[in-house]
Ligand binder design. Sequence first.
Ligand SMILES: [Zn+2]
Length: 203
Amino acid sequence: MPQGKRNKIQLRRGFKTEAEKKSIEFRKQMSLNSFDRLSATQLAEYFGIPIYTPQEIEGLSTQHLNTLLVTGHDCWSAAVIPLPDKKHIIIHNPKHSSVRQESNLMHELAHVICEHNCEEEDNYIGLPNIFRKYNEVQEDEANWMAGCLHIPREGIVWALKKGMTEAEIGEHFHASMDMVKYRINITGVRAQMNNARKFRYNK
Ligand SMILES: [Zn+2]
């Protein structure tokens, strides 16, 4: 499940480049361009991972459903649940905005793509015992990978070259304004384009 952004991000060398490559590779395999929207649902289907809301999970008690959807609906986003034979399902919170649901799902898919396993101890963090805890490095990797999957760097270059506004970029990729701003800043695309323009003018 996504955790708040921490100041210090711990990513192993080469991870950022690999994540961008994977985002483009998955799009190619689905006959999409690097700048096309790839929805979390499409990506989940590609990996054969069914997505459920709590109401669709058999065996959850009324009390659990009430916690997930009413009293605690703002306390959780989504969770990936491993099944035997390396299979997974994702359960997600349908009470969040549509763009937030999209990034929640991308985050959980990122955990699967990164082949993260939860630590045995301290596996559960309350609510029904479906939420497992990843370590901080895994959360950083999932956050980074999810951002690349949602809005690839090449997609930002394409959009900014077309003169799209942040709102238009958000609409194109079905992403929140926070996600659009975060990706534009973290990839440094706008800064690089501005520098290149300055360089051209100064010549
Ligand atoms: Zn997570």
